[in-house]
Design a protein. Structure first.
Lengths: 290, 292, 249
């Protein structure tokens, strides 16, 4: 029991949702995506702004329609804990947290294993871009709070994007920004406009349990679409260096689809990069006019 | 401000001067006192001036009710989530309303990761007491099936950016979010609670909360032995103030909570002044909510 | 009008209070304070070594730990700790012991209402017992406004609090008649003149009430606090006399 918070009931559960039989709900059987105006390769419009958190060294806020993420960067500041000894390079700590109300089911205040794992991945995706060798004996703390999550992997990709913008906003030296994008594999009933080639026949893997149709690669999937996904991929990428810092893939799909979706993601990252650059230039303009 | 310089020179000692920002770092209290003696504050506000405040309802669709509040540099988001719980044995028809304030290390460098700080706990408890003692919500409204199931409303406040006066911001966000709450009407059948998944919520398939009153607050910090009253202090001002007077009022002008902590003893004139200013401030907040 | 607490005949009557100092031989100071059926034991250690993290360069750090009657401390106790600490901070002349710790542990022994007031009174007596330099003595009382009769009842029991419309805790120091400090360096006295009325040092009110009701509570509690101040004064002087006699003998 948590004694440091106002106590509530020990266990609460969300109620069961019952849909009327005639209720229209989206499924991959339909001809379009959940948002009918989006093509499979389309991203949601991105709103990205820096300088939301007044006390932080750098901060960024990103919104992909419903998904909302705030990110604050503190540092570089001296490592306070004495046990660490001397360190020639700086350290980057990332903490990824969902607000309790961010998801469909209520989340706990205490970080769960999933959040801890995502924090670690976030560190791995961002570290290659930051020039930590210039910051001996110091630490940079990156805190991310997801205020609303509409699609887990797209939300995580947005968190990486926001974190790298916040790092830049804090004036921390980096070799490049890190843009991230996610894609989901969904088996659509009718193949959508961007046709996917049939699975490569040269693959010498066992042909067991082959799904009837090749999945469609859907960029930046939302929560509804994620429910029907076969798997997903998230790519973190440094656009001006043309280097990938992290790939996170799950689900069973043909390797040709994986390599194709990496290409798709990189393409999307280049689009996101333009938005990131714009947000940073805007923040400098604001500073100058002030 | 950074370009101006303040010369600190007593008549006999050699004059030396440095930039205002250096002076602020070296002697924050003296720096501040210079402003207060002129009746203004470093951010340009008058002593009784509140920072610009905005309120937005329904900002998080995954919550049953939500609100974002900005008071100057302080930004908080409150999301109220309704889940089903078993009622307490001694109150089988009463639901739960649980407010909690989270001051994460993201919102300011003065907060450490880990369990909630004393400040976060004190603010959560203060809001909890206001909701409970001034009977904001009749908890029997949250009953689904007596003795079996009730709604538990988790009103969690997440601080995005901290720049002082968290109590006012958090209470304002909780009250706005509660007024925004819409819960799908439940059906109880042999231990299973179901709600309709209809996309459009109306009064037919859902209900809103019947709030008896909307307590809102105004907080003043007490600076120095002169007990100068600073309305709506920011983080830097809070750090050098010794005490605080906080007045919470409902729409009829009744006081729901009043606290005076720290600093020296305060005269009744001062308390009266706080209550009067709080009255205008909360009226102003109410019109901000209404215009939403 | 009869009170729920039938042992008392009048609304403004306090329960008999009693105290004993120097109960714990391992602490630097200790005191127990009773308001009828409510009792709080308080110990003070200090000035002692302070953790580096809490160290203040120009004054002593005050730490308050509140232990409830049963179970482990929760949010309520944390809020109490903060209230006690912030009330005592301006009372303790902490500048005399920079970079040290004064730790106050408050343990509830019996709870029958007005616990925060009992704790504050116990804390000030324990500080006196420990010989921590103080600039004044505080006294605390609780009062409620009854929801049925609208009467102000002093020093309520748990039963009476359950029926209250609002609850008010007050602390007054014993220098109330002294005008607000005349800081020589600055002339920034902004309408905080001394109006001769009772000046609460700490006030915490919840429930529903009007401004007039609140100010009436202030006045009534102030008078009751005079009795508490008088009691503390007598208790301390008696104890010192006794100690003096013992050293003489």
């Amino acid at each position: 029991m948590d004694r440091k918070r106002v106590p509530g009931p020990e266990l609460t559960v969300p109620p069961l949702v019952e849909y009327a039989l005639d209720q229209k709900r989206w499924s991959p059987q339909e001809e379009c995506r959940h948002d009918a105006n989006r093509q499979p390769e389309d991203l949601r419009p991105i709103y990205l702004k820096t300088g939301l958190i007044s006390q932080a060294s750098g901060s960024a806020y990103i919104e992909l329609e419903k998904t909302k993420i705030a990110c604050g960067v503190y540092g570089p500041r001296p490592i306070k804990k004495s046990g660490y000894g001397f360190s020639g390079t700086g350290t980057l700590n990332c903490e990824f947290k969902f607000a309790t109300f961010a998801c469909v089911k209520r989340r706990n205040h205490i970080r769960d294993p999933q959040e801890r794992e995502l924090s670690m991945i976030l560190t791995q995706a961002l570290t290659p871009a930051v020039r930590l060798e210039l910051l001996p004996k110091s630490a940079i703390d990156v805190y991310i709070t997801v205020l609303e999550c509409d699609g887990l992997s797209s939300c995580f990709a947005a968190a990486i994007t926001a974190a790298s913008v916040a790092l830049a906003h804090a004036g921390i030296e980096m070799i490049d920004l890190v843009a991230a994008c996610s894609a989901s594999y969904v088996i659509m009933d009718r193949t959508l406009s961007s046709a996917v080639p049939p699975p490569s026949t040269t693959s010498d893997s066992a042909p067991a349990a082959v799904s009837l149709r090749p999945p469609t690669i859907i960029m930046d999937a939302d929560l509804e679409e994620e429910k029907f996904e076969e798997g997903s991929i998230m790519v973190a990428y440094m656009p001006s260096l043309n280097e990938v810092t992290h790939v996170l893939q799950n689900g069973k799909v043909d390797r040709s689809i994986v390599s194709q979706s990496v290409e798709h993601c990189i393409e999307a990252c280049n689009k996101i990069y333009a938005v990131m650059r714009h947000a940073l230039v805007e923040s400098i303009d604001e500073k100058q006019t002030r | 401000m950074a370009s101006t310089s303040i010369s600190v020179s007593a008549a006999e000692s050699p004059a030396f001067s440095f930039s205002a920002s250096t002076f602020q770092k070296l002697h924050p209290v003296e720096f501040f006192r210079k402003f207060i003696s002129q009746g203004v504050r470093p951010d340009g506000r008058l002593l009784e001036g509140f920072r610009p405040t905005t309120v937005h309802k329904n900002v998080v669709s995954t919550a049953n009710g939500s609100a974002m509040v900005r008071i100057g540099g302080t930004t908080v988001i409150c999301g109220v989530k309704a889940e089903v719980a078993e009622p307490k044995m001694d109150s089988p028809n009463q639901g739960y309303l649980v407010p909690n304030v989270e001051l994460s290390p993201m919102c300011s460098s003065s907060f450490r990761p880990g369990p909630p700080s004393e400040q976060a706990q004190a603010v959560s408890e203060a809001i909890n007491r206001v909701l409970k003692e001034s009977k904001v919500l009749d908890l029997t409204d949250l009953c689904i099936e007596e003795g079996k199931a009730v709604w538990a409303l988790w009103a969690d406040v997440s601080c995005v950016s901290y720049d002082g006066n968290i109590y006012d911001a958090a209470l304002l966000s909780v009250m706005t979010a509660l007024s925004d709450v819409r819960i799908r009407k439940p059906t109880y059948n042999e231990g299973i609670i179901k709600v309709s998944g209809a996309e459009i919520l109306d009064d037919e398939n859902s209900f809103t909360l019947n709030l008896a009153r909307t307590p809102l607050s105004a907080t003043f910090s007490l600076f120095d032995s002169s007990m100068a009253l600073l309305a709506d202090a920011n983080a830097a001002e809070e750090a050098i103030c010794q005490g605080e007077i906080s007045v919470t009022l409902d729409e009829k002008g009744q006081i729901c909570a009043l606290s005076k902590v720290g600093a020296a003893s305060s005269s009744q004139t001062l308390l009266r002044q706080c209550i009067a200013t709080a009255r205008t401030r909360t009226d102003e907040l109410r019109s901000i909510i209404r215009s939403q | 009008m009869a009170r729920l607490d039938t042992t008392r005949t009048s609304a403004h009557q306090l329960r008999p209070f009693s105290s004993s100092q120097n109960l714990l031989n391992r602490a630097d100071g200790s005191a127990q304070f009773d308001f009828g059926g409510s009792s709080v034991l308080c110990s003070v250690v200090g000035p002692a070594e302070v953790k580096l993290r809490d160290e203040k360069l120009n004054k002593a750090t005050l730490e308050v730990i509140v232990r409830p009657l049963v179970g482990l401390p929760g949010v309520k106790d944390k809020a109490c700790e903060r209230a006690i600490r912030e009330t005592l901070e301006p009372i303790v002349i902490s500048a005399l012991h920079p970079r040290t710790l004064v730790q106050i542990v408050v343990q509830t022994m019996k709870d029958n209402g007005s616990i925060l007031s009992t704790a504050l009174n116990a804390a000030i007596m324990a500080l006196l017992d420990a010989g921590i330099p103080l600039n004044s003595i505080i006294g605390s009382v609780t009062c409620i406004i009854d929801s049925k009769t609208n009467e102000i009842l002093l020093d309520p029991t748990t039963e009476e609090i359950a029926r209250a419309k609002s609850t008010h805790v007050f602390v007054f120091d014993n220098k109330s008649s002294i005008p607000s400090s005349t800081s020589a360096s600055m002339d920034v006295d902004i309408s905080n003149d001394d109006d001769g009325s009772p000046r609460p040092l700490f006030s915490e009110s919840t429930g529903l009430f009007t401004e007039e009701e609140y100010l009436e509570c202030v006045n009534i509690s102030f008078k009751a606090c005079q009795a508490v101040h008088g009691f503390i004064r007598t208790a301390v002087s008696k104890k010192i006399e006794k100690e003096h006699q013992q050293t003489q003998a």
